[in-house]
Design a binder for this molecule. Structure first.
Ligand SMILES: NC(=O)c1ccc[n+]([C@@H]2O[C@H](COP(=O)([O-])OP(=O)(O)OC[C@H]3O[C@@H](n4cnc5c(N)ncnc54)[C@H](OP(=O)(O)O)[C@@H]3O)[C@@H](O)[C@H]2O)c1
Length: 311
């Protein structure tokens, strides 16, 4: 099978389309014939060597890719799926060395759910990893309906889902992003918009003088973003938090791997797509041979919607 693989760390040029053996599903696993797999910031960290210590324990070559859509192709013992089921799901290449960017991949049977009717493979692949990340962040903060949520990096994949899930939870959502993103983010349901920049926290405080109840930091601004949060509020970090806790603010470390087996949460996301409450955004599709170009494009910034590799 073809896979976007790399055997050394470095720039996008280390990626190649390699021929690898088709993996066999073990107990409670399914093999998916992958039709679409997204490109995410974490792929860049994996390929560059920023996370080499975990990967070096695993056999080369490595294959990135944390989310996929395709059809069940083989079913391991005890996995409640049938060949031909159209599924979307999350993969954890940092735990296995082999992620979603390949023609076939093996995943736990509870890491996938059915693709809603009328949703393409390309669209479906954009849901699981970043949708679960936003869900995990909200669940860690345990905000109540009527409370306020701020989202940095609101136009990104995590940010867009955080807005829509926050709205569905009954929160008042303040989106923080570039000015040109305002109409997109209001369409996603954000009640308030604040332009990104050094003084965004002051602008949030103008809207909510005591500070927001919770903030999801999808732009990875870190400690300076805490100025927007009220005393005793909640701060959800998607990368390691390097600041010091202050004013009783609860700092939550979000790891989507904690939800990789939360099939109920994944099903709820798919249901929200089906009933129109979650928007799937595909920016562009690429063949496997152009995975490096896709990573470069993502790294350059300004992409709205996800870049998707089509197999
Ligand atoms: N911990 C986990 O389990 C987990 C899971 C998923 C994702 N993540 C992390 O979450 C982060 C977001 O992922 P993503 O896929 O949503 O990325 P993304 O789609 O690239 O979105 C990031 C957004 O942040 C914006 N941004 C960058 N710097 C900013 C700033 N200073 N102020 C305001 N906005 C800024 C970007 O705008 P421009 O495009 O204009 O630069 C972009 O819209 C990444 O760091 C990713 O690695 C972590």
């Amino acid at each position: 099978m073809k896979a976007v693989a790399f055997s050394r760390f470095g720039g996008p040029d280390v990626l190649e389309v390699a021929e690898l053996p088709v993996p066999e599903p073990g107990p409670s696993q399914v093999r998916v014939r992958v039709s679409a797999a997204t490109v995410n910031p974490t792929d860049i960290g994996m390929r560059s060597g920023a996370r080499s210590s975990a990967l070096e324990q695993m056999p080369k070559p490595y294959v990135a890719g944390m989310e996929l859509a395709g059809s069940v192709d083989a079913v391991g013992p005890g996995a409640p799926w049938q060949v031909g089921n159209r599924v979307l799901g999350i993969a954890l290449p940092m735990q296995t060395g082999r992620g979603a960017q390949s023609e076939y991949t093996v995943v736990p049977s509870d890491s996938v759910v059915r693709i809603p009717d009328g949703v393409s493979f390309e669209q479906a692949a954009t849901l699981p990893m970043n949708g679960l990340t936003a869900r995990r962040a909200l669940d860690l903060m345990r905000l109540s309906a009527g409370q306020t949520l701020a989202v940095t990096g609101a136009a990104g994949a995590v940010g867009g889902y955080a807005i829509q899930l926050g709205v569905a939870d009954g929160l008042r959502v303040i989106a923080i992003s570039a000015s040109e993103d305002e109409s997109l983010l209001r369409k996603l349901g954000a009640q308030e918009f604040v332009p990104r920049g050094a003084d965004f926290a002051a602008a949030v405080q103008k809207l909510v003088p005591a500070g927001v109840d919770g903030l999801i930091d999808a732009a990875v601004i870190g400690a300076p973003a805490m100025a927007a949060i009220r005393d005793g509020g909640h701060f959800a970090c998607v990368r390691a938090f390097e600041g010091k806790p202050e004013r009783g603010i609860h700092v939550h470390q979000v790891r989507v791997s904690d939800y990789a087996h939360n099939q109920a949460a994944l099903q709820q996301l798919a249901d929200m797509v089906a009933d129109g409450r979650l928007t799937l955004r595909v920016a562009e599709t690429f063949p496997p041979s152009q995975a490096g170009e896709a990573q470069q494009k993502l790294h350059a910034g300004g992409v709205r919607g996800r870049l998707v590799i089509v197999f």
